[in-house]
Design a protein around this ligand. Sequence first.
Ligand code: ATP
Ligand code: MG
Length: 743
Amino acid sequence: MMDASVNVQNDGTAADLRIARPTPAPEDHGPGIGPNQTTALEKCLLHVAASLDRPTTLASLHAAHSGGDGGLDIRAAITAAERAGIQAGFGKRKLADFDGTLSPAILLLDRGRAVVLHDVRPDGALVIYDPDLGDALGQITRDKLAQTYTGYALLMRALHRDDITAQRIGRSGHWFWSTLAQNRWAYAQVILAAMLANFLSLSTSLFIMVVYDRVLPNEAIESLIALTVGVGIALFFDFLIKSLRAGFIDRAGQRADMAMGRRIFDQLLDMQMGARKGSTGAMASTLREFETLREFFTSATLVAVVDLPFIVLFIGVVYLIGGPLALVPAIAVPVVLIVGIAVQPVLARLAEQSFADGQSKQSVLVETVVGLETIKSVGASRRMRARWEDAISRQSDHGMKSRAVTQFAINATAFTQQAAQVMIVFYGVFLITSGEASMGALIASVILTGRTLAPLAQLAQTLTRLNQARSSYRSLNALMQADSERPEGQSWISRPVLEGEITFQDVHFAYPDQAVDALRGVSFTIKPGEKVAILGRIGSGKSTIARLMLGLYQPKQGAVLVDGIDIRQIDPGDLRRNVGSVLQDVWLFSGTVRENISIGAIRPNDTDILKAARLSGVEDFISKHPSGYDLVLAERGEGLSGGQRQAISLARALVGHPPIVLMDEPTSSMDVQNEAAVIKNLKQELSDRTMVVVTHRTSLLELVDRIIVIDNGKVSMDGPKSMLNRATVRPRAAAGADAELRV
Ligand code: ATP
Ligand code: MG
């Protein structure tokens, strides 16, 4: 399980290597040490990056790959290095080959260890950085290192600043056009193939002409055989080229699919919460538009466009063999073109509308599916059905109009096509009688005119699809341009481990599109290790403060600082790994309980998971369950009770040993006993960490020393817990543990 199978081809050598990652012993990371069971490779990479003046963060290393258990393999290491502005090459290399010019290099040792080679002394000794021995550089002889060296190394160079952007593969350039441009060779091949196919298709009509005019009158069977063989070969090539062309397009499509699909998903994950627009369903439908777009650019439709210039060639050939007969296609082509183009403005408008309809339909659908239980129980079915029917009827209205217009264009084209053939025959008879054209020329002209108009027959459909693709492109592009948490070119201050000081400096904040500020000048400082409760009435802004601490939203004015650094300068990944959070709305994912607990942590082992589960009370109910930690939950944690879900989300917050723990109503669904046990556990476990609890419950105040009261987006009281005795705390019910605070 701890092995990474690597097969990276680089600098000419294919290497297949199994690199064992170190299995950290449980005692390696006791409470408070932090979640960073960084592997040797990661430590080496961070070290090289820093020494090459291209600093990167652990969070960016982890962002570079999507592997399951969080380990960094060679391929991901190369990607991560490239994103940081470092050129990296992996391959087999003898230890004797290394001299000063090949450094820095990461040498992979056995048992998953790795060292950075920095320099070679004149006496042959190697200057290395060994992550197991701390930050200082050390010396080792080649012979000694050779005993553990696997023979594989990662060579690294800093990229020139100008090249960095160019090197950030998959990240640089326009998300759509640059991916398309990467496939330009494939498209060039497609165009070339289409051109050849067009030339070859001339052969049939010429064959028929020659047979009619020369072979038939003279009964020249030998010539006929020769001609047939010739045209047969041409047809065979035509077949071959068309098959290849389909392959090229498919391959280009596949590549675009991977590259664009990943980028779109990355943008979705990195998008600022504030930039999110529209409902869940509308966003999902926008994201799905990627399919329409890809379909358009990687289908035979594009090939039809390549055929268009050949119309001129075909008309020219008709002119050569049939003389004035060329007049007929020369008139028919513009007629079809004009009809096809004239309907486009109407179709474009309809495409926009049907896109919007699709979005609203999807919104109703998603909202209904997600809220089914509530919809049934509160009797909202009628209302939802009305919305659904409204969306459907609008879509079918627009769809019908759009189809009617398209059909008109298609029919007009078909009519012109047929009329052109009839006209050619009609006109041809006169030309033959007057001796200006031959019989064979007439037949060849009929065939060629059909060929000329064939791509135009698809024009109306192609343009309709182009309109759809354009709507998809516009909305996807808007999504891709939305503000990202990791804007290109942003460099972060690397803070793998935070101390835990949190400062709000005169923070003003309003949710997007809201006129009223949710926070109006909030200031406070929470020192490392301090335990603070944030109290206040509903809607006063407590959860908003929690969201700002996590960097989910940016303040409009003022700043949120962690360890004295504005959180806008800390990699969001680093920040959130250091802040264990339980949000007010508990959200679990589909998967096992174990996966849900370990989902955000970097390589937690079973000891971590079990410990977090014990602290949060997950163990109490999961140990009684036959499937235990492998109990599979449906979406949103269906299959568990509200309190059980809350316990799991608490375990999820604790599993990575974060120095800051931020909890928004962490025990609101728990019973008194359970809550008491959790409070006791947290009190012990979090004694040296910073803790912020948002709550309405007095029982949780046992965890804290200080209280901040928020009222209407402002701090109205801030002081030690004892100040509450002076303020008005009034137990509502006899159950003392569940008293309501009135502050
Ligand atoms: P509670 O105790 O009920 O959880 P709270 O103190 O946590 O309340 P917040 O969730 O911080 O309250 O909300 C503060 C204000 O911001 C409220 O007036 C609310 O209407 C508004 N608000 C909260 N979330 C959003 C949002 N996503 N978009 C717009 N306004 C919001
Ligand atoms: Mg709240």
